[in-house]
Design a binder for this molecule. Sequence first.
Ligand SMILES: CC(C)(COP(=O)(O)OP(=O)(O)OC[C@H]1O[C@@H](n2cnc3c(N)ncnc32)[C@H](O)[C@@H]1OP(=O)(O)O)[C@@H](O)C(=O)NCCC(=O)NCCS
Length: 165
Amino acid sequence: MAANPIELRPYTPEHLPELTDLWVESWRQAMPEIDFEERRGWLIGHLGALIEAGTLIELAFAEPDGASETTLAGFVTIDCSNGQVDQLVVHPRHWGRGVAEALIYSAAAHAGRPITLEVNRENVRAVRFYGRIGFNVTGQGENPLSGRPTLQMEWRPGFLLMERD
Ligand SMILES: CC(C)(COP(=O)(O)OP(=O)(O)OC[C@H]1O[C@@H](n2cnc3c(N)ncnc32)[C@H](O)[C@@H]1OP(=O)(O)O)[C@@H](O)C(=O)NCCC(=O)NCCS
């Protein structure tokens, strides 16, 4: 299926309600056994703390199938001081459409350095996505909220190496 055009824009506070709805819906689909609605308040506080600490949030907009207007399709957070991605989330109606790629490449371009993140080991869709892009597993850990096992991953995108030559 052809992907719809994706537009990237920086986060502004008026997007917070739509962003939190997207986060709850996406995680509900990815891990239905966990109540993410209950974590909405945690997310709002957590994003506030990330922004306060200087982390960037990039938004992706795209037209869902059958719609004539773009809506929020996903977002990524990137700490440019260390390359850490804390959140990468795409709305399920845009899964498999290149939105996650667009966001992770944008995060790497903003940071200008290797990207690191931690993913739940049982989140097979995400682990598969990161592997396809070229992330390597560098360690193992535990999710602080759920206690579930995680994989620590790192990505050194080729375009960063080429820019250095
Ligand atoms: C993780 C996420 C951003 C990836 O975006 P996406 O658009 O779904 O990713 P893609 O469709 O490009 O890639 C997913 C891959 O997993 C594969 N996949 C899907 N379900 C799978 C399953 N049950 N088992 C194994 N692989 C699976 C897909 O086939 C695809 O691989 P392929 O391209 O090699 O065929 C998105 O799924 C998401 O927002 N998930 C919920 C939040 C999340 O997990 N965030 C990451 C936390 S670190």
